[in-house]
Design a protein around this ligand. Structure first.
Ligand SMILES: C[S@@+](CC[C@H](N)C(=O)[O-])C[C@H]1O[C@@H](n2cnc3c(N)ncnc32)[C@H](O)[C@@H]1O
Length: 327
C-alpha cells in the first residue's frame, strides 16, 4: 500500500480495514478521531456549506447503504484492536447511519463515555419539517488502561464567565455548538470537520507526542490539527484524488503551528500566573529546561517540574520555551 511519511506521521493511500490490518500493530494508537463516509449516495449535504463547488475535490468514496452495517463492524473492530488500553475514540456520525455505528460498537469491548451532540450552522433547508443541524459524536474508550482526559487543558476550574457560570463545566457539556468553517478558495473534501471541533477533542484526549489516527482522512483535517498541536498522525484515504491533493498541503505545515492560537487556562496554584516574563526569567527557564532534560527527565516531566519551580501553568511554560527556542 502506498504511504507517505511526513512530520513523524504516516499517511496510507487505500482501504482503512486492510490497511490497518497490515500496517498498524495492536494497542499502538493513543486516540482515534474519525468521520466515516455517510453511505448516502449522491447526497447533497455538502452543497449547503461548501458553496463554491469548483473547489470541492471529486473522488470522495461512498459506501453503498446495503453494505454499511458490515463495513462499520469491520473498521470499528480494527479500530478497537489498534487502540491502546485506555485510548479514546471519537466517531462523528450523521443520524442516517447512527444505528449501524452503534450496533458495530456494541460488538466490541469499547465502552461509551459520552454521546455528544455537535450543533453546526448551515442546517439543510426544509419547508415542511424541522431543519437538521446536528451530528452525533460517539466518545468511547478501550478499557484496561488509564484514559487521558486533560481536565484543565482549555479552561481552569476556577474560571467563571460573566454570569458566574463555570467556564470549564460549560466547555465540557455534551452539546457542542461549533460552526462549520467557510474555507473560500481552498481545495477541500466535501465534508471537512472544523478545526475548532478537532482541537477540542485532541486537547482533552491526548498529550503532545501521542499518536492520533484517522481511518477516513478525507481533507486530512484531523492530521492537520494533530500535527499542529505537536501530536503525531496516522491514517488512510482511499481516494487517490483526495490523497494526491492533500499530501502537498501536509508537507507545507509546520508541527506545532496551532499551539500559539490556544488560550492559556487559568489554573489555581500558579503563583506567578498572568505576571509578565522578565528577560532573566526567560533565560533561567531555558537553562533549567536544558539541565533537567540532560538529567534524564522526559519533556512532560520537565515541563511539570518547571511549572512548580516558576509558579506557572504548563501552557505558559510551553509557550515561553517555544518563544526562547525560536530566538
Ligand atoms: C466524511 S469524509 C472524511 C472527512 C474528514 N474528516 C475531513 O475533515 O476532511 C470520509 C472519507 O473517507 C474516504 N473513504 C471511503 N471509504 C474508505 C475506506 N474504505 N478506507 C479509507 N477511506 C475511505 C472517502 O473517500 C472520504 O474522503
Amino acid at each position: 500500500m502506498k504511504s507517505t511519511t511526513l512530520h513523524d506521521s504516516i499517511f496510507y493511500l487505500g482501504d482503512c480495514i486492510s490497511g490497518a490490518a497490515h500496517n498498524l500493530p495492536d494497542n499502538s494508537v493513543d486516540l482515534i478521531i474519525t468521520d466515516p463516509p455517510y453511505g448516502i449516495n449522491g447526497d447533497k449535504l455538502h452543497l449547503h456549506y461548501n458553496r463554491d463547488e469548483k473547489f470541492v475535490v471529486e473522488g470522495y468514496v461512498e459506501i453503498p447503504q446495503e453494505e454499511y452495517a458490515a463495513f462499520s463492524v469491520n473498521w470499528i473492530k480494527e479500530a478497537e484492536r489498534v487502540l491502546r488500553p485506555g485510548g479514546s475514540i471519537y466517531i462523528i456520525s450523521g443520524y442516517t447511519n447512527l444505528v449501524d455505528i452503534l450496533n458495530a460498537l456494541r460488538q466490541t469491548r469499547l465502552k461509551e463515555i459520552n454521546h455528544i451532540i455537535w450543533k453546526y450552522n448551515f442546517g439543510v433547508f426544509t419547508r415542511r419539517k424541522y431543519v437538521s443541524s446536528h451530528y452525533h459524536i460517539l466518545f468511547y474508550e478501550k478499557p484496561g488502561g488509564r484514559r487521558t482526559f486533560n481536565l484543565e487543558s482549555r479552561y481552569g476550574l476556577v474560571e467563571k464567565s460573566g454570569d458566574g457560570r463555570s467556564c470549564n463545566n460549560t466547555d465540557r457539556e455534551d452539546l457542542w455548538i461549533i460552526n462549520r468553517e467557510n474555507k473560500p478558495g481552498r481545495i477541500k473534501n466535501k465534508n471537512e470537520l472544523p478545526f475548532a471541533l478537532l482541537t477540542k477533542m485532541i486537547q482533552y484526549s491526548s498529550n503532545e507526542g501521542d499518536l492520533v489516527a484517522d481511518f477516513f482522512l478525507g481533507g486530512f483535517s484531523t492530521a492537520k490539527v494533530a500535527i499542529g498541536l505537536n501530536r503525531r498522525a496516522i491514517g488512510f484515504e482511499i481516494s487517490e484524488r483526495m490523497y494526491g491533493t492533500q499530501i502537498p498541503e501536509m508537507a507545507a505545515i509546520t508541527p506545532g503551528y496551532l499551539i500559539p492560537t490556544l488560550r492559556s487556562p487559568v489554573i489555581n496554584g500558579t503563583r506567578n500566573l498572568g505576571k509578565p516574563w522578565t528577560e532573566e526569567d526567560c533565560t533561567r527557564l531555558m537553562e533549567r529546561f536544558v539541565n533537567l532534560r540532560a538529567g534524564g527527565r522526559n519533556k512532560k516531566e520537565t515541563i511539570a517540574a518547571l511549572g512548580e519551580e516558576f509558579g506557572r501553568g504548563r501552557w505558559a511554560i510551553e509557550k515561553a520555551l517555544k518563544k526562547q527556542q525560536s530566538r
